[in-house]
Design a protein around this ligand. Structure first.
Ligand code: ATP
Ligand code: SKM
Ligand code: MG
Length: 178
């Protein structure tokens, strides 16, 4: 059994790791879950920006996606080993086999979202370099390509379509308690 009362703020592994596509609500729901658990929230996208000293779109422009993915793999491994709160991964982190392997043994929550809600939430993809061009077709491609990988790493899956962040967070807590 797990639950808010069982969270260990000083622990060196995340209470839960959130994965899912852009617009799934990893950051929004992650913050709500951290509050419920009484632990800090951390977003690997923010760790990467701190490591690179610049925002994600600039990393893509200046250094390319391969360099971004290398920083991402490094940041995920560091966070999994040394952070005791709720951790959100970037939408594409699970593309790396190394990262999928590193997630084994962790409580991994897949926040799923289908095309219509994902598009409504990310709009024209501002601040998300992969979605800058043809956002709807790109999102469809990303969802189709990644769905099996999110499912592979997940210990819990929660559908987010048509639900508020609060409803999603409540179901995550319920499923983590089962
Ligand atoms: N369940 C929801 N219902 C409606 N809107 C939502 C929901 N979850 C998140 N949103 C909204 O969708 C947008 C994207 O959410 P958020 O940034 O949390 O997604 P994300 O999974 O962290 O995306 P990214 O991978 O790009 O970081 C935000 O404006 C947020 O307020
Ligand atoms: O879906 C993706 O590949 C990405 C999602 C974001 O969280 C960022 O990690 C970055 O924009 C790449
Ligand atoms: Mg986010």
């Amino acid at each position: 059994m797990t639950g808010p009362g069982d969270a260990e703020p000083g622990a060196d592994r995340p209470v839960a790791v959130l994965v899912g596509p852009p617009g799934a609500g990893k950051t929004t729901v992650g913050e709500l879950l951290a509050e419920a658990f009484g632990v800090p929230f951390r977003d690997v996208d923010a760790d990467i920006e701190a490591l690179a000293g610049k925002p994600i779109p600039e990393i893509f422009i200046d250094d390319g996606e391969d360099h971004f993915r290398a920083l991402e793999r490094e940041s995920v491994v560091a966070a999994l080993a040394g952070f005791g709160g709720v951790l959100a991964l970037g939408g594409g982190a699970i593309m790396a086999e190394e990262t999928r392997r590193a997630l084994r043994g962790h409580r991994v929550v897949f926040l799923s979202v289908e095309l219509a809600d994902a598009m409504r939430r990310v709009g024209m993809g501002a601040g998300r370099p992969l979605l800058e061009l043809n956002p709807r077709a790109t999102m469809k491609y990303l969802l189709d390509q990644r769905r099996p990988l999110y499912a592979e790493v997940a210990t819990v899956t929660v559908k987010t379509d048509g639900r508020t962040p609060e409803e999603v967070a409540a179901e995550v807590l319920e499923q983590l308690n089962e």
